[in-house]
Design a protein around this ligand. Structure first.
Ligand code: URA
Length: 212
């Protein structure tokens, strides 16, 4: 798995306000979308494109557009929804599938509770979006799910990661024969005993939507 930490002052600046506990939900939602838009620049560097001809007011030329099959963006419910708009703004012709995963707060294991994805993902580039890579369980399960349905190139985009989660994810998906890239805004210090990223930003879903 390739890991790209998007090291940019605008990302660090927006992450700082996202982390601060006094940041309210509307501001948190705006920042999460803006961060996703900035991360999309890195995440889509290898998106598949095809040439097509246009005419400018001056001369004919060849441009590019997204190739078929179109990429699939998969927000992990519920917190991934907070990043969706920031991604589809950059990739308006992408399709969107949904995967509902929650972690059992005692075992910290991921459980699937909703799935709205095309059955056949053959040849699709998939962008899985979830703000927090903590234990890695949710992302590992989502990535395996997409690969089982034929996805052949997966990019996971997170706002923050714990080093333990990155290692666990590498172990879990190590034998999938599909290229996986992780793009993140920052790698934090560690996970605490409750599975929260430290210093992190708290519970991303609660901070986005204000309810548990
Ligand atoms: N999920 C969150 O929302 N926050 C964490 O710190 C870890 C997992």
């Amino acid at each position: 798995m390739r890991v790209i930490v998007a090291d940019h002052p605008l990302i660090a600046h927006k992450l700082t306000y996202l982390r601060a506990r006094e940041t309210d939900s509307p501001t948190f939602r705006r920042l999460a979308e803006e961060l996703m838009t900035l991360l999309a620049y890195e995440a889509t560097r290898e998106v598949r494109v095809e040439p097509f001809d246009i005419v400018t007011p001056v001369a004919p030329t060849t441009g590019i557009k997204l190739a078929n099959p179109k990429p699939l963006v998969v927000p992990i419910l519920r917190a991934g929804l907070g990043m969706l708009e920031g991604m589809v703004r950059m990739l308006p012709s992408a399709e969107v599938g949904f995967l509902g995963m929650a972690r059992n707060e005692e075992t910290l294991e991921a459980v699937t509770y909703a799935n709205r994805l095309p059955d056949d993902l053959s040849g699709r580039q998939c962008y899985v979006i979830d703000p927090m890579l903590a234990t890695g369980g949710t992302l590992a399960m989502s990535i395996k799910y997409l690969v089982e349905r034929g996805a052949d190139d997966i990019t996971a985009v997170t706002l923050l990661c714990a080093p333990e989660g990155i290692e666990a994810l590498k172990q879990e998906i190590g034998d999938l024969h599909v290229p996986v890239t992780l793009v993140t805004g920052a790698v934090d210090e560690r996970l605490n005993e409750h599975g929260y990223i430290v210093p992190g930003l708290g519970d991303a879903g609660d901070r986005l939507y204000g309810v548990a």
